[in-house]
Write a protein that binds this ligand. Structure first.
Ligand code: BT5
Length: 268
């Protein structure tokens, strides 16, 4: 991967501007700084390797050289007033996951699924993650940075000791090698198309159809440290995850982290 081949592969994309790094700390970090310096909407930062890639809640994201996609988009919020920040972040995170999922399905014929809220799975293993970070100017969101990491070759899979969930890479499932520039271009086409449909019934329905673990019993860690268990029944209209607990009560969660539990023994 180099700047020239990327520029050619991404020629048709409605990007604001492009920065490529053979090696970078975190593309989200660089994109945030660039946004602060005035990067236009839909600018992209791409790195062939990240040395300080990050996940949610200060976790690490592993991106070794030549094996993955790691990129961040600077998105300028279209509305100046955010009505519900948690909902906005959930939908933008879903936009990234949906774009990767749809590309894997439509371009590579793989049954990709979304592990709510921010992971893309192939055969129940994580192959991509999305990290959305919002930056403010006073009480107005000035930029949303959407970072996406996708494992492409088997070399992109971290060692088991780094993982809190099983991981995989796209080429393990295609059985043939993938041109990363073309893959990235397809993801961006999907992402910009879905961006126009954010919040529509079609967006929500497609997201809902791609949910992993539907009807399975899961454990969810909430961001405030609490947790709860239930059976996934789908998405609520605001994009939160609906769970039915063992007392038959329905709960809708707008953020958190899903851990799968054995279906046949929910109390385990
Ligand atoms: C995520 O966080 O899944 C969000 C990942 C976002 C990465 C992109 S790459 C481009 C941009 N620049 C950045 O610095 N970040 C974004 P989370 O759900 O918190 O998952 C993090 C956890 O996934 C880690 O604690 C590991 O257990 C695991 N992990 C780390 N690297 C992985 C990999 N390459 N594949 C699968 N799992 C991984």
């Amino acid at each position: 991967m180099d700047e020239r081949t990327l520029a050619i592969a991404l020629r048709g994309q409605p990007l604001g501007a492009l920065k490529f790094f053979e090696s970078a700390g975190s593309t989200n970090q660089i994109a945030a700084q660039w946004a602060d310096e005035g990067a236009p909407d839909s600018s992209i930062v791409i790195a062939d390797e990240q040395t300080a890639g990050r996940g949610r809640m200060s976790r690490q994201w592993f991106t070794p050289k030549g094996a993955a996609l790691a990129f961040s988009l600077v998105l300028r919020p279209k509305a100046t007033i955010v009505k519900n920040l948690a909902q906005e972040i959930a939908h933008t995170t879903a936009l990234g996951a949906l774009a990767v999922c749809c590309t894997l399905r439509e371009n590579y014929n793989l049954v990709a699924e979304i592990k709510w809220p921010n992971d893309v799975l192939l055969e129940r293993r994580k192959t991509a993650g999305v990290l959305v970070e919002t930056y403010w100017e006073g009480d107005r969101p000035s930029a949303v940075i959407m970072g996406i990491g996708v494992n492409v070759t088997p070399a992109s899979i971290p060692s088991a000791s780094l993982l809190n969930y099983p991981a995989t890479a796209v080429e393990i499932h295609t059985g043939y090698s993938i041109k990363r520039e073309e893959f990235l271009s397809a993801i961006l086409s999907s992402l910009f198309s879905w961006r126009e449909q954010l919040g529509t019934a079609r967006f929500l329905q497609t997201w809902d159809e791609m949910l992993a673990f539907r009807d399975e019993w899961v454990h969810v860690h909430l961001e405030d440290g609490a947790s709860l268990e239930g059976r996934i029944t789908g998405l609520a209209p605001d994009g939160s995850l609906r769970l039915l607990d063992n007392l038959g009560d329905s709960r809708a969660l707008l953020s958190g982290e899903v851990h799968l539990r054995p279906v046949d023994n929910p109390q385990e």
